[in-house]
Design a protein around this ligand. Structure first.
Ligand SMILES: O=C(O)CC1=CCC(=O)O1
Length: 273
């Protein structure tokens, strides 16, 4: 079953927006099954989880959503803050009547998950942080990228951005996937993309990591230039009891490049195995 809600539009900055989401679960999965929320990366949308949802929906109510400014969610004027992104998730959970959920986020989605787990510990059961950072300095990288997309559109950065998402081997083997993700970046609204660049520019969640109480999986791609293993090791070291996993032959979108390995790791972690 798949249910869609929310939609594109604009909302004033600093206010919660009603993000677009989809819910999927197998008929055998009951209303009281645990909820898993999936949160996308900068420049993508909820379809980045296409290779995970069917397997997860065998066991969980799967809720995936478009981060504000992305996909079919509203596009308020930026800048946004990490707390804006967390407020949107809390509002989504409230709308769904879900008190507590598992949360899986990749890159920007992982930043949202880190802050959510630290700020709202009662709302997060198990947490998976994929290919992300507690901070991604220097800030100028992100403010410059925001200025570029506001001036020239997201198409201007699509090729360079996607070059960091996949290994050369994947690029050579899967040119149609590369084109698909470049189109996804280019279709992201410029103001939404820029507003989320500004989240990353001003964000430092280092002090939040020690407050995370959820059982946490920290997963990275071995060849990720955006969130390399050394950066993610720092997250794993700071979150009490976390599990750290490096996925070989993978860059930034590890769940796309190595879907079987990442889906298996998520199923194992979220089921508490
Ligand atoms: O777009 C990039 O360069 C990598 C990235 C940082 C945050 C995110 O979601 O993707």
């Amino acid at each position: 079953m798949s249910v869609a809600a929310g939609g594109p539009g604009s909302a004033p900055s600093g206010r919660v927006v009603e993000v677009h989401h989809e819910e999927m679960r197998r008929p055998s999965v009951g209303d009281d099954a645990p909820v898993v929320v999936l949160s996308n990366s900068l420049g993508s949308n909820l379809s980045m989880w296409d290779q995970q949802v069917a397997a997860l929906a065998e066991h969980f109510r799967v809720v995936r959503y478009d981060t504000r400014g992305h996909g079919r969610s509203p596009v308020p004027d930026g800048p946004y803050s990490i707390d804006d992104l967390v407020d949107d998730v809390v509002a989504l959970l409230d709308r769904l009547g879900v008190q507590r959920a598992h949360f899986v986020g990749l890159s920007l989605g992982g930043m949202t998950g880190t802050r959510l787990a630290a700020r709202e510990p009662d709302r997060v059961d198990r947490l998976a942080l994929l290919c992300t950072g507690a901070a991604m300095p220097p800030a100028a990288n992100w403010t410059t990228r925001a200025a570029t997309v506001r001036a020239q559109g997201t198409g201007a950065v699509a090729e360079a951005v996607v070059a960091r998402w996949f290994t050369d081997a994947f690029r050579d083997a899967q040119p149609e996937q590369i084109a698909h993700f470049e189109q996804m970046v280019a279709a992201t609204p410029a103001e939404g993309y820029a507003g989320c660049c500004e989240v990353i520019a001003e964000m430092d969640l280092s002090a939040d990591l020690a407050s995370v109480r959820a059982a946490t999986l920290v997963l990275c791609g071995q060849d990720d230039p955006a969130a390399p293993p050394a950066m993610m090791q720092l997250i794993a070291d700071a979150i009490d009891g976390s599990q750290f996993l490096v996925v070989p032959q993978s860059a930034h979108l590890a769940n796309v490049e190595q879907p079987q390995a990442v889906t298996a790791a998520l199923l194992s972690h979220l089921s508490g195995a």
